[in-house]
Design a protein around this ligand. Structure first.
Ligand SMILES: [Zn+2]
Length: 221
């Protein structure tokens, strides 16, 4: 679901949202309280309907769009309020290189932070979020998952898990036309890693399952 910042930016318009962080922070703060309340209510309904976890997506709150100082002063209180209300697990996804705000996000109470492949130093990212917050991601949705072979996906998955990712997942929303076998390869990589501690990367010669073959680019399928 959209987070309070994204929801506010849709209601106010992106230009107003961004300029009001500087020119009218007190009004924007009031708007964020309203959108956060809507998010809390919706998260509660989802939770009651059986959702195990609710993930908010707040792309506009990322450092590519917003100064982290404004995230800290204007949006952080709303994240804390969202995480502190209702039942269920709360997660957040922020697009782009979210490294500069990972520590703030982990301090808001989110149980997991979903990161894109633009966060390249995973050991440093893991240190920033600490042990309480799980790091989720970060295979490129528009790169290896869309265009890669199953072998490439598994190699990338192994690297992510070894470098500090706690929950293997696409780095952002799954792109249209992503081959289903690539998603299956990601799931298989996860299962193999948690069951045996090692992902079996098949080669042309020993792949018999059909799941990981044929070994050519997905777009050629
Ligand atoms: Zn994203």
């Amino acid at each position: 679901m959209e987070g309070p910042a994204s929801l506010a930016s849709r209601l106010l318009g992106t230009y107003n949202f961004l300029t009001w962080t500087i020119r009218r922070p007190e009004i924007l703060s009031q708007c964020l309280k309203v959108t956060r309340a809507a998010c809390s209510e919706y998260a509660e309904v989802l939770s009651e309907a059986g959702a195990d976890a609710v993930c908010i997506v707040d792309g506009i709150a990322g450092p590519d769009m917003l100064d982290p100082r404004h995230l800290d002063t204007l949006i952080r209180p709303e994240y804390e309020s969202l995480c502190g209300s209702g039942k269920g697990i709360k997660l957040i996804h922020v697009c782009g290189n979210s490294t500069p705000i990972l520590k703030i996000l982990s301090e808001c109470g989110f149980q997991g932070v979903s990161i894109e492949e633009k966060v390249t130093d995973l050991p440093a990212a893991k240190k920033l979020v600490g042990s309480k917050t799980k790091l989720i991601g970060n295979l490129s949705s528009s790169g290896v998952i869309l265009n890669g072979t199953c072998e490439e996906i598994k190699l990338e998955a192994q690297k992510c898990l070894e470098d500090g990712i706690d929950i293997l997942a696409p780095g952002c929303g799954i792109a249209p036309k992503t081959p289903i076998k690539n998603i299956k390869a990601l799931v298989e990589a996860r299962d193999e890693y948690y069951q045996t501690g090692k992902i079996r990367v098949r080669t042309r010669s020993n792949c018999a399952s059909g799941l990981c073959g044929p070994y050519h680019r997905a777009q050629e399928d």
